[in-house]
Write a protein that binds this ligand. Sequence first.
Ligand code: AMP
Length: 312
Amino acid sequence: MVAVETRMQTTIIILVVAALTGKCFLLRALIPKVWCLDDFELARPLGKGQFGQVYLMRERQSRFVVAMKVVLKSDLLKHNMEHQLRREIDIQSNLRHKHILRLDTFFHDEKRVYLVLEYAPQGELYKRLRKMVKFPEWQASKYIYELATALAYLHRKHVIHRDIKPENLLLGAHGELKISDFGWSVHAPSPSSRRLTFCGTLDYLAPEMVEGRVHSNRVDVWSLGVLCYEFLVGKPPFEGLQEEDRQATYSRIAKVDLDIPETISSEARDLILKLLKYHPDHRLGLERVLLHPWITRHNGTKGSSSSHNRGL
Ligand code: AMP
């Protein structure tokens, strides 16, 4: 009996040592590790954002490649962004969807905070759009479909993204869309917790936001409509005549002053009109977006039973 107990204890010790030293990857995943910068080696810089640099890094033991966002604590303090970063981490680290960029972990040292993110090899959708000017309808439809599945998932988890725009969409290894940047997102568990904060980027803001009224997850549906237009036309729908003319953009959004070019197919036009409704409750629900003919035609799917919808 004593011999059996001793053998079990020895086995447990061996397993724990294997896990802690990284000899067994599976076991290591079970024991939360405190990461530090020395666990990673630099491959190359990926880009610079408003807050900090992003680097391509490789985890030394597994050789796993990640994108690491490095934010200076002094910058966070200077811009009063600590609370926002904390919320971004809390929300993004709890999301698991193939069209949402994963936040695997984070750690910090005296001067910096490090976010360990899924690497999106094809980079920003924004850059692709600027290069191509506009997307063919099949491609725009594919992106809108992927975005709608991810937004439906977020809303089911009571998360509102509130800053959906091309700069916040990255592309995975196969060109699949990944929502990133949850800096403006919020967890709003009940319809009564509708928000008042004015946030996001002007061109993509819903009328209720520009008018300072309470808002719900329907603001993301509006942004989906703005993106649908921009993907097909090459610019967002409510731009002022001059780029810096914010007031003109405000009033065009509030009036839903929309002009859809003749070149856009009637099905795409129909979807855009159903998304860009002044009243949030009149906007098409995300589940119905996935069933819209312009979506099903280009994604070979007939609604939520299709294999394409597994990501939901
Ligand atoms: P951000 O600070 O999020 O604006 O990122 C700055 C730049 O780094 C972006 O313009 C992207 O090109 C790049 N980048 C950020 N995150 C990733 C990622 N997960 N995978 C690949 N590139 C990224």
